[in-house]
Write a protein that binds this ligand. Sequence first.
Ligand code: AMP
Length: 288
Amino acid sequence: MDSFRTVESLQSALTSLKNQGKKIGFVPTMGALHGGHIKLVEYAQRECDVVVVSIFVNPTQFNNSGDLQKYPKREAEDLKMLEEANCDIVIIPDVDDIYPENYTKNTISLGIIEKVMEGEFRPGHFQGVVNVVSRFFEIIEPDKAYFGNKDFQQVAVIKLMVKVLNLPVEVVGVPTKRLSNGLAMSSRNYRLSDKEVDESAIIYKTLIKGREWASKYSPAVTRQKMIDYFNQGALKLEYLQVVHPETMEDLNQYWVPGAIAGIAAFSGEVRLIDNMELIEETEELHTP
Ligand code: AMP
């Protein structure tokens, strides 16, 4: 695996690979890698000749400076994991190299995505995501880029960005990798005690219950039952929404195919998110 610290050194390596006609797959990360990130690498390896992973904790997507400071850093372990996964290239750049002086960061109008769930509770977060991913796309010019469906609003933001900025890259959403108790893998899990990992399984259990209730009740009733169930556990709920998968608007009376429940909650100081499709894309809809 080749690792680079500067944009310039990465670009010269990529130029020669592209000249050989290699198809480039890109996996952006903020480090503190886990099995979910490796799943993205594996998806990219199946479809591309060369896989590039970035490790960059992007300051512009944190609306809370404490959260940014406490973001876990595990560079040596990250490099080992990527090496073991047979990743081809890793880029670990400095902030000044990603956002040089006089560089104008891209922003786009995100409509409702920016106003609900993660958009509502992390103001400015998605514009930060647009800043950094568009910059990496500009540097790497990948053929395909891989993102986790755990951050399903993020996937929607990137797809919209690619459309609006007319970028020649295919965006691929990858299913969520979970621990055996159902908790979605996350870099933030490194900050949880064993007890908190156990307790945090309530997020997954609530989503599974939601699927069951969705076959009997309306979205509004299902949501309320999920909230009541969740609140029997030890975590503090920030939001639990049942939304349309494309418009992200709240569902109340009627289900739509692909309806999604999104949850954000705190285990102690650690903020966790997860989501699940409650009604399958192909499922026949019942009238509550
Ligand atoms: P992060 O390092 O948290 O910014 O995540 C980098 C990428 O990995 C994002 O596209 C995430 O959606 C994705 N990701 C994070 N956790 C998981 C997971 N448990 N399963 C699959 N992908 C994930």
